[in-house]
Design a protein around this ligand. Sequence first.
Ligand code: HEC
Length: 93
Amino acid sequence: MDKRWILISLAGLFLMALIASCTQATPVAEGELDDVEALIIERCSDCHSADRVFQEDYSEAAWSEVIDEMVEKGAEVNAEEKQAMIDWLVARD
Ligand code: HEC
């Protein structure tokens, strides 16, 4: 009986933390762009330089394929990060 309430409160706390982190993770557009550039430098410069990424000018679909290829090679990019990278790379210049 008591255990159930603890579980329910924990679930509630978890949900609240999740909602709080979601609202925090929505910075102004400019800050977001800086973050994505840093993310690309962090995740995409292990095997080749990040310039290798920045110098390419692909379409959205082509970037999606390239990033999938890199993930197969071992890059650590989740679905959300992949989409942010594509948006950023396509929106440059
Ligand atoms: C596990 C190693 C690894 C990581 C991490 C990695 N790559 Fe690559 N990447 C390669 C290899 C290997 C090649 C091909 C060899 C070469 O030409 O240097 C390559 C080539 C490329 C190319 C040029 C070739 C083409 O198909 O146009 C692009 C663009 C590229 N990577 C983008 C990325 C992006 C974006 C990321 C981060 C999401 C990334 N890479 C992370 C291994 C990696």
